[in-house]
Design a protein around this ligand. Structure first.
Ligand SMILES: [Zn+2]
Ligand SMILES: [Zn+2]
Length: 170
Protein backbone atom coordinates (compact mmCIF):
# COMPACT_ATOMS: atom_id res chain seq x y z
CA UNK A 1 0.00 0.00 0.00
CA UNK A 2 1.33 3.41 -1.02
CA UNK A 3 0.26 6.35 1.14
CA UNK A 4 0.29 9.71 -0.55
CA UNK A 5 1.54 12.35 1.85
CA UNK A 6 1.17 15.41 -0.37
CA UNK A 7 -1.75 16.80 1.60
CA UNK A 8 -0.19 16.35 5.01
CA UNK A 9 3.04 17.90 3.72
CA UNK A 10 1.23 20.99 2.43
CA UNK A 11 -1.12 21.72 5.30
CA UNK A 12 0.51 22.78 8.57
CA UNK A 13 -0.89 20.96 11.60
CA UNK A 14 -2.80 18.48 9.47
CA UNK A 15 -2.82 14.78 10.22
CA UNK A 16 -3.35 11.65 8.19
CA UNK A 17 -4.25 8.22 9.48
CA UNK A 18 -4.28 4.90 7.70
CA UNK A 19 -4.60 1.30 8.79
CA UNK A 20 -4.64 -2.03 7.11
CA UNK A 21 -2.99 -5.38 6.72
CA UNK A 22 0.31 -6.04 4.97
CA UNK A 23 0.89 -9.42 3.37
CA UNK A 24 4.33 -10.35 4.71
CA UNK A 25 4.36 -13.83 3.15
CA UNK A 26 7.59 -12.93 1.35
CA UNK A 27 9.39 -13.18 4.70
CA UNK A 28 8.26 -16.78 5.27
CA UNK A 29 11.21 -18.51 3.70
CA UNK A 30 13.94 -16.46 5.37
CA UNK A 31 12.31 -16.52 8.79
CA UNK A 32 11.08 -20.14 8.58
CA UNK A 33 7.61 -19.15 9.68
CA UNK A 34 4.22 -18.31 8.22
CA UNK A 35 1.96 -15.35 8.95
CA UNK A 36 -1.65 -16.56 8.76
CA UNK A 37 -3.28 -13.16 9.11
CA UNK A 38 -0.58 -10.82 7.81
CA UNK A 39 0.76 -7.83 9.70
CA UNK A 40 -1.89 -5.43 10.97
CA UNK A 41 -0.80 -1.83 11.19
CA UNK A 42 -2.08 1.64 11.92
CA UNK A 43 -0.05 4.66 11.03
CA UNK A 44 -0.44 8.35 11.78
CA UNK A 45 1.29 11.30 10.13
CA UNK A 46 1.38 14.74 11.64
CA UNK A 47 2.55 17.99 10.11
CA UNK A 48 4.40 19.93 12.81
CA UNK A 49 5.22 22.96 10.62
CA UNK A 50 8.91 22.17 10.21
CA UNK A 51 8.62 18.43 9.77
CA UNK A 52 6.22 15.54 9.36
CA UNK A 53 6.25 12.79 11.95
CA UNK A 54 5.18 9.22 11.54
CA UNK A 55 4.00 6.90 14.29
CA UNK A 56 3.27 3.33 13.47
CA UNK A 57 1.79 0.47 15.45
CA UNK A 58 2.01 -3.04 14.17
CA UNK A 59 1.13 -6.54 15.29
CA UNK A 60 1.68 -9.84 13.59
CA UNK A 61 1.02 -13.47 14.47
CA UNK A 62 3.38 -16.15 13.30
CA UNK A 63 3.44 -19.93 13.12
CA UNK A 64 6.78 -21.65 13.29
CA UNK A 65 8.29 -24.78 14.74
CA UNK A 66 10.34 -25.33 17.87
CA UNK A 67 14.06 -25.37 17.00
CA UNK A 68 14.56 -28.35 19.34
CA UNK A 69 11.48 -30.60 19.13
CA UNK A 70 9.90 -29.35 15.86
CA UNK A 71 6.52 -28.93 17.53
CA UNK A 72 4.32 -26.20 16.03
CA UNK A 73 4.71 -22.91 17.86
CA UNK A 74 2.37 -19.94 17.53
CA UNK A 75 3.42 -16.54 18.68
CA UNK A 76 2.90 -12.86 18.03
CA UNK A 77 4.94 -9.70 18.03
CA UNK A 78 3.75 -6.15 18.38
CA UNK A 79 5.78 -2.99 18.19
CA UNK A 80 5.65 0.77 17.80
CA UNK A 81 7.82 2.83 15.51
CA UNK A 82 8.30 6.58 15.49
CA UNK A 83 10.15 8.53 12.86
CA UNK A 84 10.41 11.72 10.89
CA UNK A 85 9.52 11.65 7.24
CA UNK A 86 12.04 13.01 4.80
CA UNK A 87 11.63 13.45 1.06
CA UNK A 88 14.38 12.17 -1.15
CA UNK A 89 14.57 12.69 -4.92
CA UNK A 90 16.08 9.30 -5.43
CA UNK A 91 13.32 7.66 -3.49
CA UNK A 92 15.84 5.76 -1.49
CA UNK A 93 14.53 3.96 1.53
CA UNK A 94 16.63 4.08 4.68
CA UNK A 95 15.38 1.87 7.44
CA UNK A 96 18.15 2.27 9.95
CA UNK A 97 18.14 6.05 9.69
CA UNK A 98 15.93 8.22 11.84
CA UNK A 99 14.17 9.53 8.79
CA UNK A 100 11.92 7.40 6.64
CA UNK A 101 12.48 8.37 3.05
CA UNK A 102 9.64 8.55 0.60
CA UNK A 103 9.61 8.78 -3.19
CA UNK A 104 9.48 11.92 -5.29
CA UNK A 105 5.68 11.71 -5.61
CA UNK A 106 5.35 12.00 -1.82
CA UNK A 107 4.38 8.38 -1.47
CA UNK A 108 5.47 6.09 1.30
CA UNK A 109 5.46 2.36 0.75
CA UNK A 110 3.88 1.00 3.92
CA UNK A 111 4.39 -2.61 2.89
CA UNK A 112 8.11 -2.08 2.66
CA UNK A 113 8.24 -0.15 5.92
CA UNK A 114 6.23 -2.75 7.84
CA UNK A 115 8.13 -5.77 6.43
CA UNK A 116 11.49 -4.13 7.11
CA UNK A 117 10.61 -3.34 10.72
CA UNK A 118 8.94 -6.69 11.33
CA UNK A 119 12.04 -8.66 10.35
CA UNK A 120 13.91 -7.00 13.19
CA UNK A 121 11.18 -7.88 15.70
CA UNK A 122 10.65 -11.55 14.86
CA UNK A 123 12.57 -14.12 16.93
CA UNK A 124 15.53 -15.71 15.16
CA UNK A 125 15.05 -18.93 17.10
CA UNK A 126 11.68 -20.19 18.25
CA UNK A 127 11.28 -22.59 21.17
CA UNK A 128 8.02 -24.18 22.35
CA UNK A 129 9.23 -23.38 25.86
CA UNK A 130 12.50 -22.20 27.40
CA UNK A 131 13.42 -25.61 28.79
CA UNK A 132 12.32 -27.76 25.86
CA UNK A 133 14.29 -31.01 26.06
CA UNK A 134 14.21 -31.56 22.31
CA UNK A 135 14.42 -34.82 20.42
CA UNK A 136 16.73 -37.75 21.16
CA UNK A 137 19.55 -37.53 18.62
CA UNK A 138 19.46 -41.33 18.24
CA UNK A 139 15.84 -42.41 18.03
CA UNK A 140 14.10 -39.09 17.50
CA UNK A 141 11.78 -39.52 20.50
CA UNK A 142 10.33 -36.32 21.96
CA UNK A 143 12.15 -36.13 25.30
CA UNK A 144 9.49 -33.75 26.67
CA UNK A 145 7.18 -36.77 26.75
CA UNK A 146 9.58 -38.91 28.74
CA UNK A 147 12.91 -40.68 28.45
CA UNK A 148 13.50 -43.02 25.56
CA UNK A 149 15.31 -46.36 25.79
CA UNK A 150 18.59 -45.07 24.37
CA UNK A 151 21.70 -45.25 26.53
CA UNK A 152 22.55 -41.64 27.28
CA UNK A 153 25.77 -42.61 29.07
CA UNK A 154 27.31 -44.09 25.98
CA UNK A 155 30.51 -42.21 25.34
CA UNK A 156 31.19 -40.59 22.02
CA UNK A 157 33.95 -42.68 20.34
CA UNK A 158 35.99 -39.51 19.85
CA UNK A 159 36.02 -39.05 23.60
CA UNK A 160 36.85 -42.67 24.41
CA UNK A 161 40.58 -42.08 24.08
CA UNK A 162 40.42 -39.16 26.46
CA UNK A 163 38.33 -41.14 28.91
CA UNK A 164 40.94 -43.90 28.91
CA UNK A 165 43.70 -41.42 29.62
CA UNK A 166 41.75 -39.93 32.49
CA UNK A 167 40.95 -43.37 33.93
CA UNK A 168 44.66 -44.34 33.88
CA UNK A 169 45.41 -41.26 35.90
CA UNK A 170 43.34 -42.44 38.84
ZN1 LIG B 1 10.22 -27.79 21.77
ZN1 LIG C 1 16.36 -42.20 22.02
Amino acid sequence: MLINLTKVFKEPESTLEESGVVDVGALSEDMAMTFPSGARFSVKFKNLMDCVTLSLKCECEYVSECARCLREVRGAVSFDFESMVKVDDEGEFLLDADAVVIDSSNRLDVDELVSGLLVMQLPMKVLCREDCKGLCPKCGADLNEGECACDKNEVDPRLLKLKKLLDNDK
